[in-house]
Design a protein around this ligand. Structure first.
Ligand code: CA
Length: 232
């Protein structure tokens, strides 16, 4: 049985784009442009995942999410506008499982959908890996002790390098675009050069990949970066 995805998005071009790409991947897609109708559909329990825009006619996405969460743990990925930092935060607070910023690369959306379906609905992104170690092969990061090691050898990172590595580890095997990394590590208000991401990826590679002769941080040409275990 095909996985059923409900798309609530009033921008026809984006909705159509998502529909075509998801259908191509074998998902069954239902679209609606109206928040109220989207909520009613989501509440039927017929869907496996909800892609939810925020600015919608009828009922806005945050309100749809708030009402839906009273009775449903359906996985929800919010589609947020580039400058809507408050929406992103409120969405996660209200129990969205993840968010993606428009415009996005379809590869990133597909990866987030797969991750979201794997994790299941009982683990909102708000209480994601905040404790314990994040591990990729022999690489280990502890966010509480602020420590990174490779095969037991300590790796000294600056705070920016640390949060970049943490973001990559938290999204292991998921390709992250430069924009996404920029937002998550540098924040929405960052006004500098976007190639800062590439610069810091180089720093991390020098301290981890090059030093320990491994290849954990991969470049996905034209899309961004992904952290994967060696040989994966
Ligand atoms: Ca909209």
């Amino acid at each position: 049985m095909a996985i059923k995805v409900l798309v609530v998005e009033d921008e026809e071009k984006i909705a159509r784009f998502i529909e075509l790409e998801l259908q191509y991947e074998g998902y069954e897609v239902t679209k609606t442009v109206d928040g109220r109708e989207g909520l009613a559909l989501a509440e039927t329990g017929d869907y496996d995942l909800l892609l939810l825009d925020i600015m919608l006619p009828g009922l806005n996405g945050l309100e749809v999410l708030r009402r839906l969460r009273k009775a449903s743990s359906l996985p929800v990925i919010m589609l947020t506008a580039r400058d809507a930092v408050m929406d992103k935060v409120s969405g996660l607070d209200m129990g969205a499982n993840d968010y993606i910023t428009k415009p996005f690369a379809i590869e990133e959306l597909l990866a987030r959908i797969r991750a979201c379906l794997r994790k299941g609905a009982d683990q909102p992104a708000t209480d994601a890996e905040t404790s314990g170690d994040l591990i990729c092969g022999l690489l280990r990061l502890n966010s509480q002790r602020y420590e990174v090691s490779y095969d037991g050898t300590a790796v000294e990172l600056t705070s920016r390098e640390f949060s970049l590595l943490q973001t990559l580890l938290e999204n292991q095997n998921i390709v992250l675009s430069r924009d996404t990394l920029l937002e998550r590590v540098w924040g929405y208000d960052y006004m500098g050069e976007t190639n800062v991401v590439d610069v810091y990826i180089r720093y991390l590679r020098a301290k981890i990949d090059d030093k320990f002769k491994v290849k954990l941080i991969r470049t996905i040409r034209g899309v961004g970066y992904v952290l994967k275990e060696e040989g994966a």
